[in-house]
Ligand binder design. Structure first.
Ligand SMILES: CC(C)(COP(=O)(O)OP(=O)(O)OC[C@H]1O[C@@H](n2cnc3c(N)ncnc32)[C@H](O)[C@@H]1OP(=O)(O)O)[C@@H](O)C(=O)NCCC(=O)NCCS
Length: 136
């Protein structure tokens, strides 16, 4: 059965499970339930009913960030990550003003370079760590 792609926010429990399955840092389910409905735009990919891919755009329209791009390891390498990004970038180019800052924090660069993302020229990306980094 082909994958189903929707413009929808995942449920908190499946969102948390997919983040961990894809190797991203764990999120608290209650915090996710509060935060996910505040997404500007979200994409889900399902295999049957099961969430196997996702991506979101968060922000206020002037500063927006691409987050939570993840494909389940059993479904990677089949073009799903690219399709999630295509839907997000269609929304960006259609709905977000050109003056907006569109950013992301990437674990990998190859997917995002395809959509025009580049290292900032004058800025340095920084983040505040408020919990210990788990041992690999
Ligand atoms: C990153 C991720 C979302 C990519 O999803 P995916 O479905 O595996 O990727 P796709 O199959 O759509 O591949 C997209 C493109 O990248 C290329 N690609 C795939 N893996 C690659 C790799 N390891 N190195 C370089 N290019 C790669 C593909 O050939 C494809 O190129 P094309 O569209 O020009 O043919 C997925 O691997 C993932 O969830 N990884 C773990 C979580 C993660 O790192 N998320 C990103 C956080 S910033």
């Amino acid at each position: 059965m082909p994958h189903t792609i929707e413009h929808a926010v995942p449920a908190a429990v499946e969102y948390c499970e997919l983040r961990v399955a894809a190797g991203l840092s764990p999120m608290d389910e209650g915090a996710a339930a509060d935060a996910l409905p505040r997404s500007l735009f979200a994409v889900t990919v399902r295999d049957g009913g099961r969430l196997v891919g996702m991506g979101r755009l968060v922000g206020d329209g002037l500063h927006v960030q691409v987050v939570d791009i993840a494909v389940h390891p059993g479904h990677q390498g089949r073009g799903l990550g690219r399709q999630v990004m295509e839907h997000i970038m269609d929304f960006v180019h259609r709905e977000i003003p050109e003056c907006a800052v569109v950013s992301l924090l990437a674990d990998i660069d190859w997917l995002y370079q395809k959509f025009g993302f580049d290292l900032p020229r004058r800025s340095v990306g920084m983040m505040l760590r408020r919990r210990p980094v788990p041992k690999q």
